[in-house]
Ligand binder design. Structure first.
Ligand code: TMP
Length: 208
């Protein structure tokens, strides 16, 4: 499997804090001239991503394998379109993405069985660095409780399966040479940020 240098992915169950860490990274990179930093997320805010969000919010109803295909189509655009992940990483930007292939293998694997998401995602390259935010589903759910409404995967039984599956699948990138680190997401935001920063700052892009 090919690997994309300068590409970092944050993964974890719902409520594990990946999105907050992207915000902290944005603030941090405002104070640093180099490298150029591009934060992003999946599902994206493109046309396909918006369709996925509507299904996540239960505004439309789609079959689980249709969801698997949509996540893959969204990812394909995200990676390969003009100014997409590949282009940016190739020209020396540091791209940090909230969720990527592993989210599909975990969430759609639970919904459709492993075969469908594995086949759909086998074409996508690995990130240089993958940070998995590990959190007890009970703690994650406490954090999610304050939200007004819950998306289709945000219920405790599903999230327990999500954690199990993440831990089982973390090794999947090992062959590609990707660096994989597990972060204890039960710590405070600042403590988690220190871990994220320490992992990121070891990347060759910071030594150029
Ligand atoms: P978010 O909470 O990080 O915005 O992600 C939205 C939801 O979409 C979250 O429950 C995880 C789910 N998801 C998948 O099921 N498959 C995927 O490939 C991706 C990227 C997200």
């Amino acid at each position: 499997m090919k690997l994309i240098p300068n590409f970092v992915v944050l993964e974890g169950g719902d409520g594990s804090g990946t999105t907050s860490q992207i915000s902290l990274l944005k603030d941090h990179f405002e104070k640093i001239p180099n490298p150029a930093f591009f934060p992003t997320f999946e599902p994206t805010d493109g046309q396909i991503g918006r369709l996925i969000r509507a299904a996540l919010k239960k505004e439309i109803f789609l079959k689980p394998d249709t969801m698997a295909m949509l996540f893959t189509a969204d990812r394909n655009e995200h990676l390969y379109s003009q100014n997409g992940i590949i282009e940016r990483c190739t020209r020396g930007e540091l791209v940090v993405c909230d969720r990527y292939v592993l989210s599909s293998l975990v969430y759609q694997g639970i919904e459709c069985g492993d075969e469908v998401p594995l086949a759909l995602n086998s074409r996508f390259p690995a990130p240089e660095l993958l940070l998995y935010f590990d959190l007890e589903p009970a703690i994650a759910f406490e954090r999610l409780k304050s939200r007004q409404s819950h998306e289709i995967y945000e219920y405790p039984e599903f999230q327990a399966k999500v954690r199990e599956k993440y831990l089982a699948l973390l090794g999947i990138y090992r062959e590609s040479g990707a660096r994989i680190e597990v972060i204890d997401a039960s710590k405070t935001q600042q403590e988690v940020f220190s871990r994220v920063w320490s992992a990121l700052s070891k990347m060759p892009i910071f030594k150029q």
